[in-house]
Design a protein around this ligand. Structure first.
Ligand code: AMP
Length: 113
């Protein structure tokens, strides 16, 4: 069993505001939100990051996007939101369990920092 904060959230051993969970993915509010809506969608299975995914993970990755799209509707940010995956130290990835950020509820500048 991997000792990882997001694994512990998935197993409901660490506190988090979970807003969606099924047999494959879990979504919860980010502890340090960078926008009025800032949700993380993670696979329940421990995967270090997008760089460690395999072709067989395509359905799981698609599921994460579908859940993000549904949450954007539920959280009423369909007028503008952003989905982000940081990969590797230069990107600022700080938690090494794959996660998709859903950010919305304010104007989002481009390019990101
Ligand atoms: P990243 O920099 O892409 O690795 O994003 C990691 C995100 O996880 C950051 O936005 C953190 O605020 C968030 N985070 C870290 N620990 C927790 C936690 N225990 N519960 C919720 N969000 C967390």
């Amino acid at each position: 069993m991997v000792d990882c904060i997001f694994c512990r959230i998935v197993r409901r051993e660490a506190p988090a505001r979970i807003i969606y969970q099924d047999e494959e993915v879990t979504a919860f509010h980010d502890a340090h939100p960078q926008a009025p809506v800032h949700v993380l969608i993670v696979p329940n299975r421990h995967i270090v990051g997008i760089a460690q995914t395999r072709p067989e993970d395509a359905p799981l990755l698609g599921k994460m996007l579908v859940v993000a799209r549904q949450l954007a509707e539920d959280l009423k940010v369909t007028d503008g939101y952003r989905l982000v995956v940081n990969s590797g130290p230069l990107s600022g990835q700080s938690v090494f369990h794959l996660h998709l950020h859903l950010l919305g509820g304010r104007p989002l500048r481009w390019p990101p920092g």
